[in-house]
Design a protein around this ligand. Structure first.
Ligand SMILES: *Cc1c(COP(=O)(O)O)cnc(C)c1O
Length: 376
């Protein structure tokens, strides 16, 4: 049996090696490393795939979020509602821009932001909501957009983990995750569902004016060459990454199917155990399984992780601490935010199993048997 990895990028590369190698060499031969046709082509293909009016590529997912917030031109001290159970980048850029991250609890079932908690957190200073489509499943966007309209708030989707997922409205219409809010942000970090071979990210919007602003901010606030209208940043996707992403985008749906099949296998073999809670699949979206995350409810999560590591099975704890317990965020907190019960419980119970496009029943059977053996 081959070595089990959390994410197997090597095998995935071998299957598309010819296309990727040709694309990379052609970028090198062209010496068009920054900007140019490769960027334009990927941008257009992604716009078409997502059915979104504008895709603005940038250097990474964290930059995407930062640039999105710069474009909204909020005032220092304005409040932005974020889930407490997420990756640090979501709240980091808000703090960096001197806005105030207001952390709310998530739901026990799909780990996404609770719309009830969003409503409770709104004050006269609230300006935006950042739903994070955690682990590959879309938050309750219809309710979130209703709340946003009612309170005149912006919605910035952190779609770093759910690219390609479909969201279903109550009337049956569907739309791609990341294209529903005013702005959507994603990351092409290698281990993400659409990952490049380095760093990359992108911003999505249906709004022409926001798109123009974002394009300008990502390029030194430049309106035409050497004319800088606003203070911006330097954040771009390079041509090599765009060429690689253009190829991988063609495989994205097939990759999601492979992840879903792997998730089904885990589900079938783990769901019967009384102390294992398999991932909930909400009704309003497809799950693209960026992570396959269990809850271990008998207090043995850490012991299970140790046991699996010993057996050569990598696993991850996403995330071990609520955002408000991270030292960096202590200065931003009100005293009232120190105990969000669902987030606290999830930080103690979650464990993510190997999840990628190259799993097979042999590997998964070994993983499942070891988990059941330990938990018996
Ligand atoms: C990965 C990730 C990011 C940041 O992406 P980078 O490209 O690493 O900067 C932001 N938010 C979430 C939820 C992520 O998973």
């Amino acid at each position: 049996m081959k070595k089990i990895q959390m994410v197997d990028l090597a095998t995935q590369y071998q299957k598309i090696k010819k296309e990727i190698d040709e694309a990379v060499i052609s970028v090198m031969e062209s010496t068009q490393f920054i900007g140019g046709e490769r960027i334009k082509s990927f941008k257009e293909h992604l716009e078409n795939y997502l059915q979104v009016k504008h895709v603005i590529p940038c250097a990474n997912g964290t930059d995407a979020l930062q640039i999105a917030f710069m474009a909204l031109e909020l005032e220092p001290g304005d409040e932005v509602i974020v889930p407490a159970f997420t990756y640090v980048a979501t709240a980091e850029v808000i703090a960096l821009l001197r806005l105030k991250p207001v952390m709310v609890d998530v739901q026990m079932d799909d780990f996404n932001m609770s719309t009830h908690q969003i409503k409770n957190a709104i004050t006269s200073k609230t300006k935006a909501i950042v739903p994070v489509h955690l682990f590959g499943q879309v938050a309750d966007m219809e309710t979130i957009m209703d709340i946003a309209v009612q309170h005149q708030l912006y919605v910035v989707e952190d779609n770093a983990q759910a690219i390609g997922a479909d969201y279903f409205y109550m009337d049956g219409r569907k739309q791609k995750a990341g294209t529903i809010g005013h702005i959507g942000c994603t990351s092409f970090f290698p281990s993400k569902n659409l990952g490049c071979y380095g760093d990359g990210g992108a911003i999505f919007t249906q709004d022409d004016e926001i798109s123009q602003k974002i394009t300008m901010i990502a390029n030194h606030g430049q309106s035409k060459q050497y004319y800088h209208d606003v203070v911006g940043v330097n954040s771009r996707l390079d041509a090599m990454q765009a060429a690689i992403l253009d190829i991988k985008l063609r495989h994205l749906d097939e990759y999601a199917t492979a992840r879903r099949q792997a998730a089904d296998y885990y589900d079938q073999n783990l769901s019967a155990h009384p102390n294992i809670v398999i991932p909930y699949r909400n009704k309003h979206s497809t799950h693209v399984f960026h992570q396959y995350t269990l809850r271990i409810t008998n207090g043995k999560r850490d012991a299970l992780k140790e046991y699996l590591t010993l057996k050569g099975i990598p696993c991850g704890i996403y995330y071990p601490l609520p955002l408000y317990e991270q030292k960096a965020f202590i200065p931003f907190l009100d005293k009232s935010v120190n105990n969000l019960p669902v987030t606290e419980q999830l930080c103690k119970e979650v464990i993510s199993l190997p999840m990628h496009t190259e799993l097979n029943p042999e590997l998964q059977n070994y993983i499942v048997q070891e988990i059941l053996h330990f938990m018996s």
